[in-house]
Design a binder for this molecule. Sequence first.
Ligand SMILES: [Zn+2]
Length: 472
Amino acid sequence: MIRLYNTMTRQKEEFVPRDPGKVSMYACGPTVYNYVHLGNARMLVVFDMIRRYFAWRGFEVNYVQNFTDIDVKIIARAREEGCEPGDLAAKYIEAYFTDAAALRIQKATAHPKATGNIAEMQDIIKALIEKNLAYAADGDVYFAVDRFAGYGKLSGRATEDMLAGARVDINPRKRGPMDFALWKKAKEGEPYWPSPWGNGRPGWHIECSAMALKYLGPAFDIHGGGGDLVFPHHENEIAQTEGYLDGEIMARYWMHNAFITVSREKMSKSQGNFFLVRDVLSQWSGDIVRFYLLGTHYRSPLDFDEEKLVMAGKGLDRLKTAIRLAREALSRPGGAAEDLRASAAQARRSFTEAMDDDFNSAQAYAALFDLAHDINAAVAAGDALPAALREAADVLGELSSVLGLVLTEDSAGQTGAGEEKISALMALIVDMRAAARAKKDWATADLIRDRLKEAGIAIEDTPQGARWYETP
Ligand SMILES: [Zn+2]
């Protein structure tokens, strides 16, 4: 049984899908006026992990993630760069897929764009006006918040708090201070679409209502996004969608990941302390960044810290080393196998238990490290049967891949920079020791072996030459 934390009810609940065996998920994707920043990346990796886990548990997953490709920031940025808003959006959508691939974020089932769904948005706006939940005013259309009884139910905010939090907005077209735009009258020189209310463009919130309904239907399973979207974006999505559906719910579960902080301040573009994913990726492999991002439960804040990336790199190397050692040891004769088989079965149980409990990837890491430790110990003791070793290594690889982590070079296509360097250094050291032994310089050979042992690396002489491994 999978349990997840539902922002709407503020508690962990058993996951029961709308359609048996299927999961329908929608996550609010980036506004494509810049490269993806690390705060976006956390949300994208988290929901990719959740989607992969559902698939591993046997669900057929329909995951929709939109691109906001028309918006005031896009228009402003296009003006700065001297290009068309459409071209600017296309450039950053392409860049998104490059960065996402580096982080091993799988493509969603569908990546609809706001500009591809204008007619669908207009249909909802027309219906909302007919239902008296929205009104046109001088080329704009606004949602009448006080006409929707459930407003505030997701964020749990009282009206006074929402008013205080709402931007002070002296817009004479609005009837109520919290009313929000569904349609915006075109300003001079801006892109526009014709509509019953005149030329204009959609407000931000309406696009997600239109695309979620179009691709997933009413009462789909999981609506996700960053925690900063709870209010007002998701609150507004609910008001529009559920007003349009005459009270039928938009989504059964609402999931939100916590912020990334830099030196404990919330990372955001407006604060200027954000890191672009591509800047981080110029120094760290995508695998390490992903491993780091999933090393903290998605609902806990994550402080960005280079030292923790170093640690993440070491942790990932430990898992990779266990699989490499298991493979290398396959050709050796072995003895007892049951212990390792039991370790693998236990790891599978612990991993599933952790992930079933609100996708606790941080806890799931413990299962991976325990199994890696047992594999290393079995290899060091030299008493594991090849079949059991292979099985244990396969389980470690399988469970890691559920989190989108790739541990073996043949399937990875790339390895952590740290591991590559260590492998190159160790090859050099092993060769130097072999040269010493060839000259019968036993003192030097033993010195190398002893110093490596102090550093946690064992060297073993075999008929095929020396092998090395990190000791558990
Ligand atoms: Zn949205």
